[in-house]
Ligand binder design. Structure first.
Ligand code: AHM
Ligand code: MG
Length: 344
């Protein structure tokens, strides 16, 4: 191997092309990547932690054995806490926003994350991941407030994720395409393996939890039936794939083409997935890879959350299918309004 493009080299090279760069963003992103390397190491030992955990709540070194999502959350918070460019953190695992020690007054960046996405898969050794999103606040010199986070997804300056699968990958965008890096465990570095990722224009996978069908609204039934019926040649080789880890489903669909769908339904009226920690960052990545994301009626990146933990219906992947879902949503809502008029 005569050359190796590590994540840090790559970020530094990009920085040279950007006037006015202070290096703050480079430091922030490399710390996030470091956190994900540490989480990957913990994930690799997950079964072992569990075995040790069963002997009591302490491992052989006398350390407390904690659940992996708590470990990942605490690790990310502690690394970001010491960075002077980060003023505040919002995590899916934490009720309130948290001001950092080092940057609470002067830091420009706000960071959101889902420390371990796919929690139900942790104990069964199935792919899980970490999702992150970075925003810049308008003013520095004062403490950030939760309102600083409650902005449209189009204001993110960077978003990405790590997937802890057969290998660990780190994928991110700063609004100029999407690049993917694979962790080389021997070197301990993320190495550029998937430059300029683009979602292929074919629907290899449809990812939806079909057991929720009993609660679905008509647009979701119509959409899934259209793709599954086999009548449209575009979906001849489409297959159902659902990991139950959002980031794993989205990552796979980004590589092979497909659409992920976690709609609102009669049981979860606002959907299940969180805007700040899941929908905004993954919509940013998917759009930058040539795809789209909607809640049925609105582009995900235009949605302004009304709460740090607000949820949203999420349909994302190939643009054609995301638009098709939007058309079915419109049709279903027009029909519903006509029925209501007829009854009045
Ligand atoms: P989590 O962040 O607590 O793991 O929950 C979100 C997860 C997503 O990763 C996944 O797409 C979804 O929940 C699966 O939900 P369900 O089991 O209802 O299909
Ligand atoms: Mg999640």
């Amino acid at each position: 191997m005569s050359d190796i493009m590590t994540l840090s080299r790559y970020i530094l090279q990009r920085k040279r092309n950007y006037d006015g760069a202070t290096g703050d963003f480079t430091i922030l992103l490399t710390h996030l990547a470091l956190a994900m390397k540490v989480v990957a190491r913990q994930v690799a030992k997950a079964g072992l932690l569990d075995v040790l955990g069963k002997t009591g709540d302490h491992n052989v070194q006398g350390e407390q054995v904690t659940k992996l999502d708590v470990i990942a959350n605490e690790l990310l918070i502690s690394l970001l806490n010491d960075l002077p460019m980060v003023c505040a953190i919002a995590s899916e695992e934490t009720d309130e926003m948290c001001l950092t020690h080092a940057g609470r007054l002067s830091g420009r960046y706000l960071v959101c994350f889902d420390p371990l996405d796919g929690s139900s898969n942790i104990d069964v050794n199935v792919t899980i991941g970490t999702i992150f999103s970075i925003r810049k606040r308008a003013e520095v010199g004062c403490e950030a407030t939760p309102e600083d986070f409650l902005k449209p997804g189009s204001e993110q300056v960077c978003a990405g994720y790590a997937v802890y699968g057969s290998s660990t990958m780190f994928v991110y965008t700063t609004g100029d395409g999407v690049d993917g890096f694979t962790l080389d465990p021997g070197v301990g570095e993320f190495v550029l393996s998937h430059p300029d990722m683009r979602i292929p224009d074919k629907v290899t996978c449809l990812s939806v939890n079909s057991t929720n069908r009993k609660n679905w609204y008509p647009e979701t039934c119509a959409f899934v039936d259209h793709i599954s019926s086999g009548s449209d040649p575009r979906y001849k080789s489409t297959s159902s794939r659902y990991v139950g880890t959002l980031v794993a489903d989205v990552h796979r669909n980004l590589l092979v083409g497909g659409v992920f769908c976690y709609p609102d339904d009669r049981k979860s009226r606002r959907g299940k997935l969180r805007i700040l920690y899941e929908a905004h960052p993954l919509a940013f990545v998917v759009e930058q890879a040539g795809g789209s994301a909607t809640d049925g009626n609105r582009r995900i990146l235009d949605i302004v959350p009304d709460d740090l933990h607000a949820r949203v219906p999420l349909i994302l992947g190939n643009t054609r299918e995301v638009e098709l879902y939007g058309e079915m949503w419109q049709r279903a809502h027009v029909a519903e309004a006509e029925n209501a008029d007829a009854r009045a």
